[in-house]
Design a protein around this ligand. Structure first.
Ligand code: SAM
Length: 182
């Protein structure tokens, strides 16, 4: 079910200044495992999920059917920075060249923000760390080799879940590969 059918003009001329790393597509099985992890540990039923940059839909298509879901994608005329509504969750792989601004917008609209990103992206500036701490808690960091995500660089990546509210415990662990051939 879509929440806001009329959001976005569908302007195919939207011309973002995208960098190559902004266009990295997440392997669908990685996106699925990431979503399943949060669906296992958090109650996503009747929650509103937004993919703010759905690309080919690796995350959006696999959000649980029982959620209300919606999407943005700049190349399809839906600029996330114009998204005006509050949502419960964002789960995605964001564009990296504008990561600080993108993260700030995620914090503005969502109570839970789960991003698949190069791990260093989160901690490479004190300003960003303070922004995360002001937002709430880092609930979990699940580390994965960049090549497993199809990322065209060697830095470790991680699924990082941040939750609005009071800072507390953070779980840091390696990605689990149960029932997977990897
Ligand atoms: C790293 S790719 C990931 C795509 C998809 N989330 C996935 O995991 O396969 C980032 C996506 O963000 C989109 N994007 C960049 N800036 C955007 C913006 N301002 N609003 C919406 N989408 C944007 C890009 O077009 C690209 O599809």
């Amino acid at each position: 079910m879509s929440l806001h059918e009329n959001f976005g003009s569908g302007n195919a001329d939207a011309n973002p200044d995208l960098k190559p790393n902004d266009m990295v597509v997440t392997p669908r099985h990685i996106a699925k495992q990431m979503i399943d992890y949060y669906a296992k540990w958090y109650d996503l039923s009747e929650r509103v999920l937004l993919d703010p940059c759905r690309g080919d839909g690796a995350f959006y298509d696999q959000y649980p059917d029982y959620c209300t879901k919606d999407w943005c994608e700049i190349t399809e005329g839906r600029d996330f920075f114009d998204w005006p509504y509050k949502v419960d969750w964002i789960i995605t792989n964001p564009p990296y060249s504008i990561f600080p601004q993108f993260l700030e917008k995620c914090f503005e609209v969502a109570d839970n923000v789960a991003l698949l990103i190069p791990l260093a992206k989160l901690v490479s500036s004190l300003k960003r760390i303070n922004m995360v701490m002001d937002y709430g808690n880092i609930e979990s960091i699940r580390i994965i080799g960049a090549s497993k995500c199809g990322f065209p660089f060697g830095f470790p990546a991680a699924a990082i879940h941040m939750k609005r509210g009071t800072p507390g415990t953070t779980y840091i662990k390696m990605w689990e590969w149960e029932n997977e051939e990897e």
